[in-house]
Design a protein around this ligand. Structure first.
Ligand SMILES: Cc1cc2nc3c(=O)[nH]c(=O)nc-3n(C[C@H](O)[C@H](O)[C@H](O)COP(=O)(O)OP(=O)(O)OC[C@H]3O[C@@H](n4cnc5c(N)ncnc54)[C@H](O)[C@@H]3O)c2cc1C
Length: 409
């Protein structure tokens, strides 16, 4: 039985679409919407239910400035993130108008806090780095930080305020995208695993589903998240090294309503994202554990311990949900967006910790690829051919092992 709004696969061979998107996470949905807006006939095929992968658990920080990292690839990711951050307000407005659901973009900024001398030193380096790049950032003494956020514990040593970061609830965004696709006439199949890509005469020509069924298309966009590297049917030299990076995350609820925290709070060991209605998201682990997505008692304990040290009121909240998701990681932590090694093949994957932030930019870049527009500077850093021929088991540049060894969106 197809889900509401989804199309049932029948024995009839449907007509070929111009664009077929594999994967109904935030990336596949955004790509399908933009492609349809550009006038293409679009089909989206999802293995399970729409937005049930990493996009379901994501915290929704749109935070290129607080995410900014030192180093060459960090700079490239920062450029992508800043560009997409600029696109978000317009993307959210258009989406609300197109589907009738408001994706709920929140402004409020981020507070990065340090608890001890070492963390304060690290924060001073972060401050200098962001000031060199000309970002809006304010150094706050503990009393100033507590004036902004009275829920903070007294032992905060130092804080940085980053006023330009935004946030969204990814579940609202994907619901809005789904509504926009339905109104725009995108054909959506749920509960339909793509078993392999069809390659005919050296070009991608559609996908094969269960029971020998096929869906033909002129272009296939692979937006299958952490599973993108495992889609069968491509010759080895056309596959890409995408791997799952597990993240465990908690959802908390304040029965008394909003007010415990207004800004996104980031600290060594985690982050806390307020939704503005008494709900909070507390994340997240970074773990290299293949496709395992179990929630462990150890991770839940560590996340709660770290957060409640900084915001003691956390202990009073209801634990509404504990979940785990698989980020689509790449060896250089940059996404894979653009034309693949075979005609008809397009990639929109590898967004790792930033798929929500990068969704508007990705959708626009893929739309440009589908129109055969010439590649610009941003496209170059995400070009899939930088890994042409790489094996799907290529080693990560920055593997982090252990439940809370690293922490991130
Ligand atoms: C704990 C956690 C917190 C995060 N927080 C943030 C954040 O604050 N900000 C941010 O920007 N990013 C964040 N991220 C990252 C973000 O969630 C991902 O980058 C983003 O969701 C990737 O979207 P996607 O559509 O590529 O993948 P997914 O959402 O995983 O979607 C992929 C879809 O493809 C489908 N699929 C797979 N194989 C097939 C197949 N063979 N046939 C058909 N369908 C298939 C899957 O079922 C799935 O629905 C977070 C991630 C995690 C895990």
């Amino acid at each position: 039985m197809p889900a509401k709004g989804a199309t049932a696969i029948t024995t009839h061979q449907p007509p070929a679409s111009e664009v077929l998107v594999v994967g109904g996470g935030i990336i596949g949905l955004a790509v399908a919407w933009r492609a349809r807006q550009r006038g293409h006939t679009v089909t989206l095929v999802e293995r399970d239910e729409l937005a049930g992968g990493a996009s379901r658990v994501a915290a929704g920080m749109l935070a290129p400035v607080s995410e900014a990292e030192f180093g060459g690839e960090g700079r490239e990711l920062l450029a992508l993130g800043l560009d997409s951050r600029q696109r978000w307000p317009q993307f959210a407005r258009e989406l609300a108008a197109a589907g009738g659901l408001d994706p709920g973009l929140r402004c409020g900024g981020t507070l990065m806090v340090a608890r001890d001398g070492d963390e304060a030193e690290a924060l001073e380096r972060e401050l200098a780095f962001r000031q060199r790049l000309g970002f809006a950032v304010r150094r706050l003494r503990p009393s100033q930080a507590r004036e902004l956020e009275p829920g903070l514990a007294p032992h905060v040593r130092l804080a940085l305020e980053l006023p330009d970061d935004l946030s969204v609830d990814p579940r609202r965004v994907t619901a809005a995208l789904r509504a926009a696709l339905a109104r725009a006439g995108v054909t959506v199949y749920e509960g339909c695993p793509v078993q392999r890509l069809l390659v005919r005469s050296g070009a991608v020509a559609g996908v094969a589903l269960a029971a020998g069924r096929e869906l033909r298309a002129q272009r296939v966009v692979v937006a299958a998240g952490a599973w993108s590297g495992a889609i069968a049917g491509l010759p080895a030299e056309a596959t890409l090294p995408v791997r799952p990076v597990k993240g465990q995350i908690l959802r908390l609820r304040d029965p008394a309503g909003p007010g415990l925290l207004e800004r996104v709070l980031r600290f060594e060991g985690g982050y806390l994202v307020p939704r503005g209605d008494g709900r909070y998201v507390l994340g997240a682990t970074m773990e290299e554990r293949g496709f395992d997505a179990t929630v462990t008692a150890g991770a839940v304990t560590e996340l709660l311990r770290d957060a409640s040290e900084l915001v003691p009121g956390i202990s009073e909240l209801e634990l509404a949900e504990a979940s785990a998701g698989l980020r689509p990681g790449t060896p250089d932590n940059l996404p894979l967006i653009g034309a693949g090694a075979l005609p008809g093949l397009v990639w929109a994957t590898g967004h790792h910790r930033n798929g929500v932030l990068l969704a508007p930019l990705t959708a626009d870049l893929v739309a440009a690829t589908l129109s055969d527009a010439p590649a610009g500077r941003l496209e170059a850093s995400c070009a899939p051919d930088r890994f042409g021929g790489a094996s799907v088991s290529a080693a990560p540049a920055e593997a982090v092992v252990g439940a809370t060894a690293g922490v991130s969106p």
